[in-house]
Design a protein around this ligand. Structure first.
Ligand SMILES: NC(=O)c1ccc[n+]([C@@H]2O[C@H](COP(=O)([O-])OP(=O)(O)OC[C@H]3O[C@@H](n4cnc5c(N)ncnc54)[C@H](O)[C@@H]3O)[C@@H](O)[C@H]2O)c1
Ligand SMILES: [Zn+2]
Ligand SMILES: [Zn+2]
Length: 383
């Protein structure tokens, strides 16, 4: 079938909105009609190259050609066709995208760590997770890769059953789309990975679609002080509406203030969610954490960067820890429906995260707005 999609043909280019061909689902695959897709910063990392493996490594990784790629990994839609052997969803079901697939059988899935599913290792390889062949073709017969095996910047895409999660039909698609990455990742960074407890002081660095939800997670976990740091005033104002108790425009500005408000103890948890995490930013992030403090690295850094400024003496002597996280260390199959339930119960803000909606043709404008700090989240809504 034909589908309008936003395709990236190379580094530092605009998204090209064009018609592609989508083939039907084979075994363990489903065809999804996407209804909404969030504009997460991770797709921008494809454009800037932070998330693109170096060309020399492609052959080793089994990648024939990284580009073209259909963007989009935050999404919600309806299943319109299922291939043989699909059991978890049927035609007509509403589904959330899951940028980490969960097979349910690997060592990680079977020990409650679906965010580490072995099937996620194939994210950068060209074809389907199921059999390695392609279902999406552009400009004739050029195979197209899907961002995170999802490609939600397309009206339709064919994805593995393992990459979608059935959700209840009463929740708006835009809200499901946001939960599928940004909300879960931010919320889980504060709750699951950082382990925020009642009474804690929590610092969140970078208040975008991810960081705002780390603020929500810290609030729901009972933190006493939630310090939101972002250079953009609009983000700081909104952070207060989502539960922050203090805001600052930079980590350097926050350090003396956090020292004063905690009587020198500093923060229990620091969550790093800026658009791009540069190694040198870790020094201030670590300074914001006190004795026994936890620093969670959620934001993405350029893939090949391997240096960061960290005072190792303080790391050891102050008994601090640094933890990475993918998907906020949550389990997509359990936690996406659970977060939607919290929204239904009025505990989790989702509508308020959507600053503006766009058509797929307006995607480059949506990303410009993200870069310029105008949106908490922009969302593509398909007509
Ligand atoms: N670990 C994961 O599983 C996962 C999942 C999704 C996204 N991410 C990553 O999380 C990061 C945040 O994504 P997003 O969609 O929220 O991005 P965003 O662009 O919506 O928000 C980033 C925010 O960081 C702010 N910022 C930039 N530099 C800063 C600095 N030095 N100090 C404080 N704030 C700063 C910006 O003003 C902006 O408000 C990205 O790197 C994204 O790729 C990681
Ligand atoms: Zn994302
Ligand atoms: Zn698995």
């Amino acid at each position: 079938m034909k589908s309008k999609a936003a395709v990236l043909w190379g580094l530092n280019q605009e998204w090209s909105v064009e018609e592609i061909d989508v083939h039907g689902p084979k075994a363990k695959e489903v065809l999804v009609q996407w209804k909404a897709a969030g504009l997460c910063h991770s797709d921008e990392h494809l454009v800037t190259g932070d998330l693109v493996p170096p060309k020399e490594a492609w052959a080793f990784m089994g990648i024939e050609d990284f580009f073209p790629v259909i963007g989009g990994h935050e999404g919600a839609g309806v299943v319109i066709e299922v291939g043989p052997g699909v059991t978890s969803v049927k035609v007509g079901d509403h589904v959330s995208a899951s940028f980490v697939p969960s097979c349910g059988r690997c060592r990680y899935c079977s020990t409650g760590r679906q965010n580490l599913c072995d099937a996620g290792a194939q994210t950068f390889i060209g074809g389907m997770i199921t059999d390695g062949t392609h279902r999406h073709f552009a400009r004739g017969d050029k195979p197209v890769t899907l961002m995170a095996k999802l490609g939600t910047f397309s009206e339709y895409s064919c994805v593995a059953e393992d990459s979608v999660i059935k959700v209840e039909q009463d929740i708006p698609f835009e809200c499901v789309a946001l939960v599928s990455c940004g909300v879960a990742t931010g919320w889980g960074s504060a709750t699951s990975r950082a382990g925020t407890q009642a009474g804690d002081t929590v610092v969140v660095v970078g208040i975008g679609g991810i960081g705002m939800n780390a603020v929500q997670g810290a609030r729901m976990a009972g933190a006493t002080r939630i310090i939101a740091i972002d250079p953009v005033e609009f983000k700081r104002e909104k952070a207060m509406e989502f539960g922050a108790t203090h805001t600052f425009s930079s980590m350097e500005e926050a350090i003396p203030a956090v020292m004063e408000m905690t009587w020198g103890q500093m923060a229990d948890r620091v969550i790093m969610t800026p658009g791009v995490l540069r190694g040198e930013m870790m020094e201030s992030g670590m300074t914001l954490a006190g004795k026994g403090g936890t620093v969670v690295v959620t934001a993405i850094s350029p893939m090949m960067d391997s240096t960061a400024s960290i005072n190792l003496f303080q790391l050891a002597m102050w008994n601090k820890e640094i933890k990475g996280t993918i998907f906020g260390s949550l389990n997509p199959r359990a936690d996406i429906p659970a977060l939607l339930d919290m929204y239904r119960a009025g505990q989790l803000k989702l509508d308020e995260l959507i600053t503006k909606t766009y058509s797929i043709e307006q995607i480059n404008e949506g990303y410009r707005a993200m870069r310029d700090g105008e949106n908490l989240r922009g969302v593509i809504v398909y007509g």
